[in-house]
Design a binder for this molecule. Structure first.
Ligand code: ORO
Length: 275
């Protein structure tokens, strides 16, 4: 754990949420589907129990708190409270969960530039820490949404959230997930993530924490070429709980192979190439 730059905790909302009915997870070729439905104990319990536990067990580990909500007020309330906790060093504003209904005629906040702007503004205006915004890939032009979020005062982007998909049970002919559809993640979405990261890097000047199917040091470097300056690992941890230390361990060898002597200058060179 002390080798990680940070961990991003599960989405936190104002009130406790039980999440969706089960089954909530299904395997797909080179990936998985999830429909958790933002299960969490609510911001007060996260602050009273979860974050102190992390602080006492991993005192040097910075936490990026994923904040979700159903209104601008909720984004503001949760951001304000959680950003004041000592081990929370940044917020990841989740305006892109595909598994809950935001009451916007089936649209996600992160799919509508005006809604995204307002939600980010609400969070940024009360947060004590930098606000990174998690982008959905399910848009026709991600650059327009990213620009609106940059204008609202975000510090950076985390991308990409999951793509929406489904699978059926041959016996019952019903969807495997109780929610019907879920968010697809894992190596299958890696090329989509690369394409969208490059697009946002070209069209905005904010830093990007890249995620979406990274499962090796080579994939992490490739995502940096696309435009990410840091990398998040999610789904790979489900198949191998030691995925993160393994990727960190193999990084120097892969860097050697491609003549990369220093990661910071590699990121800088890649950024200069794009911007
Ligand atoms: N699932 C996702 O794929 N992305 C999110 O942001 C949140 C969830 C969930 O809680 O269902």
């Amino acid at each position: 754990m002390d080798r990680l730059g940070s961990i991003m905790i599960k989405a936190t909302t104002a009130q406790a949420r039980f999440g969706n009915a089960t089954p909530r997870v299904a395997e797909t070729p080179s990936g998985m589907l999830n429909a958790i439905g933002l299960q969490n104990p609510g911001v007060d319990a996260v602050i009273a129990e979860k974050l102190p536990w992390l602080a006492s067990n991993f005192p040097n580990l910075p936490i990026i708190a994923n904040v979700a909500g159903f209104s601008n007020e909720e984004y503001a309330t949760v951001s304000k409270k959680i950003s004041r906790v000592q081990n929370v060093t940044a917020i990841e504003l989740n305006i892109s969960c595909p598994n809950v209904d935001h009451g916007n005629h089936g649209l996600l906040i992160g799919q509508v530039p005006e809604l995204a702007y307002a939600a980010v503004k609400a969070a940024v205006s009360v947060s004590e820490v930098p606000v990174y915004v998690k982008l959905t890939p399910s848009v026709s032009d991600i650059g327009i949404v990213a620009k609106a979020i940059e204008d609202a005062g975000a510090t950076g982007f985390t991308m990409i959230n999951t793509l929406v998909g489904t699978r059926y049970n041959l016996q019952t002919r019903q969807p495997i997930l109780a929610n019907g559809v879920g968010g697809m993640s894992g190596p299958a979405i890696f090329p989509v993530a690369l394409k969208l990261i490059r697009q946002v890097a070209q069209q905005t000047s904010l830093p990007i924490i890249g995620m979406g199917g990274v499962d090796s040091a080579a994939a992490a470097l490739e995502m940096m070429i696309a435009g990410a300056s840091a990398i998040g690992i999610g789904t790979a941890n489900f198949t191998d709980p030691f995925a993160c230390p393994k990727i960190i361990d193999e990084l120097p060898n892969v860097m050697d192979k491609y003549g990369i002597t220093d990661l910071a200058s590699f990121v800088k060179d890649c950024q200069e190439e794009i911007r």
